[in-house]
Design a protein around this ligand. Structure first.
Ligand code: ZN
Length: 70
């Protein structure tokens, strides 16, 4: 048995055990993508599935910013 510190290799979203794929800012993951992350620092690691959710949420946000209502 080797001792790994608290560094886990799985997604930081609560209840998710998928392997982590991408790192994103915690604040953005929580506020923009509405993900329930349990990260130790300011970076959250997401699995493929949650990364897609994050990307979708932030993309929609960006597209909304670009829409002009005049
Ligand atoms: Zn996940």
């Amino acid at each position: 048995m080797k001792h790994t510190r608290s560094k886990k290799k799985t997604c930081d979203v609560k209840g998710c055990d998928e392997p982590k794929k991408k790192s994103v800012p915690v604040g953005k993951a929580e506020k923009k993508a509405d993900l329930d992350v349990e990260a130790e620092g300011s970076t959250a690691y997401l699995c493929k599935k949650h990364w897609k959710e994050f990307k979708k949420a932030t993309k929609e946000d960006r597209e909304l910013d670009q829409i002009g209502w005049d």
